[in-house]
Design a protein around this ligand. Structure first.
Ligand code: FAD
Length: 427
């Protein structure tokens, strides 16, 4: 008789709600991770996110070894994996943390039904966010679509709960199932090590966050995004800390939850404009232009540096993400879905809710988005945020004063974008 704890995007042993609850169970707890074929099959063999997940699991496994336990790692279609686990073990209970993305919700519904048929009880918990979508709503119970009132309500609720509870799992580690499962190699899972690595996160500079965050050459933002994506840090610990240290930084963590609740409440935003009034815009969608944008050869240094940083490291500074996204949608009139998909393939911190939300923000099609007539001028952005060109020179090795010829002239592109949007938006 055993209990399972199913790790997914919560790859840590400490302050993990579902794990904490599993360890209170009456049965020994087998920690499990499933490499899901339905997700992996579409990824390149050297995918950097898979490498990061693998390394994080390996760390968890090492810690489990210290207490005589180990991580059970499986690969396959999730339902088939669970079917075979149920055959092999007398599974009494399964614990996991909730995942709010559309695919995950569908998968978990199938697995919970399968478990129920086999008389296994499943329990799911909130772990990934401070507040779930239904906890912060307007007075009429509907989801907020504007950030500021959402944030105010979020903060009121947070203050009333201070400090948010953290979950000390260590005291119950003796409840782990004693085991020595074989930890597979990355190759056995069908992948190889990526040369692109996740940087450690760093909160040292967050005290001055509001003064430095917009300058890509300073590069002192927290680098938390991939860690939050895969749960190698706990959002509760982080928010409890941010609340005491820096409001502006805390606001960014609230943006993360804002976009998560938008995705949950309006799942169509993954592919469709949040505002249907923008559906009639006649995008140019020129494939050669798109290739130049992807490869960082548009002739605009700020755009090219950003795309090269993304291609080389799997990361791009937030200010530059805004510039390249605006450039794609407005200067090139390429629909945001193309850029969103390219980011999804490349970003180490790819998070569906944040990526879709921010792309739709840049395109003007999203909730609480940038107005359509606001067209970033990439040269002015460069003058404001990379005055001495340190960021640009770091990513464009051949950069000099005569660098490239812009693929579109700014004034023309700006007028064209505004006219095209105006003509396409249904009033
Ligand atoms: P910090 O500035 O230190 O911020 C701390 C944390 O706050 C981040 O890790 C993130 O969790 C959250 N955060 C900050 N800004 C935002 C924001 N605008 N929206 C939502 N959450 C935010 N972020 C992702 O995590 N995944 C994505 O796929 C993603 N795609 C983006 C696409 C575009 C076009 C744009 C403009 C932004 C995107 N962002 C995305 C938001 C932001 O750029 C990154 O979260 C940030 O650059 C990550 O670096 P950091 O952790 O050092 O950020």
């Amino acid at each position: 008789e055993v209990t399972f704890f199913w790790f997914r995007r919560d790859l840590r042993l400490d302050d993990n709600v579902g794990l904490f609850q599993a360890l209170q169970s009456n049965y020994p707890v087998i920690p499990l991770f499933v490499f899901d074929d339905l997700i992996l099959d579409s990824l390149p063999k050297n995918d950097s996110r898979v490498s990061f997940i693998y390394d994080s699991l390996s760390e968890i496994n090492d810690k489990l070894h210290e207490i005589g336990s180990s991580l059970l790692v499986k690969k396959g279609k999730t339902a088939a994996v669970w079917e075979s686990l149920i055959e092999e073990y007398d599974v009494k209970e399964v614990f996991f943390n909730k995942d709010y993305e559309p695919y995950a919700i569908e998968r978990d519904t199938v697995i919970c039904e399968l478990l129920e048929v086999n008389k296994t009880v499943s329990y799911s918990f909130k772990d990934q966010v401070i507040f779930e979508e239904k906890e912060i709503t307007k007075a009429d119970g509907l989801a907020y679509t504007i950030y500021t009132p959402y944030k105010n309500k979020w903060l009121d609720k947070y203050r009333s709960k201070l400090p948010v509870e953290e979950f000390d799992t260590k005291a119950r580690f003796f409840s782990f199932y004693k085991s020595d499962f074989i930890f597979p190699s990355l190759e056995a899972i069908g992948f190889e090590k990526s040369i692109i690595k996740v940087k450690p996160h760093n909160l040292k500079f967050v005290v001055d966050y509001q003064d430095i965050r917009d300058f890509p050459a300073i590069d002192k933002t927290s680098y938390l995004s991939p860690h939050l994506r895969f749960g190698t840090v706990s959002i509760r610990k982080l928010v409890n800390w941010a609340f005491r240290k820096n409001d502006v930084f805390l606001s960014e963590l609230i943006w993360r939850e804002f976009f998560m609740q938008i995705l949950f409440s309006f799942p169509k935003v993954v592919t469709n404009n949040f505002k249907p009034a923008y559906d009639g815009i006649q995008w140019r969608n020129d494939e050669d232009d798109f290739k130049r944008w992807c490869s960082g050869t548009t002739g605009y240094p700020m755009v090219d540096a950003g795309m090269r940083q993304l291609n080389e490291t799997g990361y791009m500074h937030n200010r530059v993400r805004m510039v390249v996204a605006s450039f794609l949608c407005k200067h090139l009139l390429i629909q945001w879905q193309w850029g969103e998909a390219y980011f999804a393939e490349k970003l180490l911190d790819y998070e569906m809710s944040a990526n879709v939300g921010n792309w739709q923000w840049a395109a003007g099609t999203g909730c609480d988005a940038a107005p359509y007539f606001r067209v970033f001028n990439p040269e002015i952005q460069q003058k404001k945020f990379d005055k001495d060109g340190a960021y640009i020179r770091k990513w464009i090795k051949e950069f000099d004063l005569g660098y490239g010829k812009p693929m579109v002239e700014h004034a023309m592109a700006r007028d064209r974008a505004i006219a095209t949007y105006k003509a396409g938006i249904v009033k």
